[in-house]
Design a protein around this ligand. Structure first.
Ligand SMILES: [Zn+2]
Length: 92
């Protein structure tokens, strides 16, 4: 599975995807230069360099399609819990 190159958003202090994956680039070969990124989390531009980034396994759209059956199953399970909770409430 392709890995996503992520950086830490300095404002939200959360990992954000740079939009680059190991499908499109080879992380180890990236030159250590500053790259600008419009942060998808906070909307601000950040500058990062590969020395500050790391790789994360992130399911992409293709992976989600492959796991479609699993997601359907969990949704049904959620509905099941909700229905159970509603049945458990006393009548109004
Ligand atoms: Zn940010």
């Amino acid at each position: 599975m392709a890995q996503t190159i992520v950086i830490r958003c300095p404002l939200r202090e959360e990992a954000v995807s740079t939009g680059l994956t190991t499908d499109s680039v080879i992380f180890a070969t990236l030159p250590d230069v500053w790259v600008s990124l419009q942060c998808p989390l906070c909307g601000k531009p950040h500058h990062w360099r590969p020395g500050h980034a790391w790789l994360e396994e992130r399911p992409d759209d293709n992976a989600r399609e492959a796991l479609g059956g699993v997601e359907d199953g969990s949704e049904q399970a959620d509905h099941g819990v909700l229905a159970f909770q509603e049945q458990g409430r006393p009548p109004p």
